[in-house]
Design a protein around this ligand. Sequence first.
Ligand code: PEP
Length: 247
Amino acid sequence: MRNKIVAGNWKMNKIRGEANDLVNALKTASIPAGTQVILGVPSLYLSELSSNLQGHAIKLSAQNCHQAVSGAYTGEISAAMLAAIDVPYVILGHSERRAYFHEDNAILAAKVDAALEAGLKVIFCCGEPLEVREANGHVAFVQKQLEEGLFHLDETAFANITIAYEPIWAIGTGVTASKEQAQEMHLEIRKMVAAKYGDASKSLHILYGGSVKPSNAGEIFAQPDVDGALVGGASLKADDFTQIIQA
Ligand code: PEP
């Protein structure tokens, strides 16, 4: 039986005091047994919030890291830097990183390697744009993202991966995939992983992302192959995010 993961992706939001206020509010929330809460916060706050969350069950995630170990990459952050401040997770392959920062599957495969090498766990995002969904190409599209971004890993390394299926047409749009659409795609992803890694597919967490909110979290989480959510907008409000955690 897989536990549930509810991960927030704050993106480039929250000024320092607001970030601490939100974390302090979430620290008082009651978290159902067997639910792991992860906060993907701006990298600037990771160190401070890591101290704030010392000894608490809520874990932190970075939203990106560079693929190189170190060097002349102005403005970038390495996986080892994250590991050194006890950040356990990094989100890689978010559609905004793919679109605005031109991160293709080859770059993402290198980032995954760098993150795992530093001892981080990876939340790897995949998902199709609207025109691909409308042309019924979504399964093949996601398969290519996984094959090129993840499937070079051996089984031991793959155990540190969580996949987030985030259809681009549902991110930040208020349009959520139906529970049937989410379940269909999650099952397809689990089958792809089973074909490559066998039984490791049974323990793989597959999160849904795309306009998850308190009103739809329960029905999405009830799907057998949905193991939680990656939440953008609704993770910025303590009340909404708490309700999603409790769903
Ligand atoms: C996201 O960006 O990962 C996301 C799922 O955003 P939202 O919940 O706002 O759609």
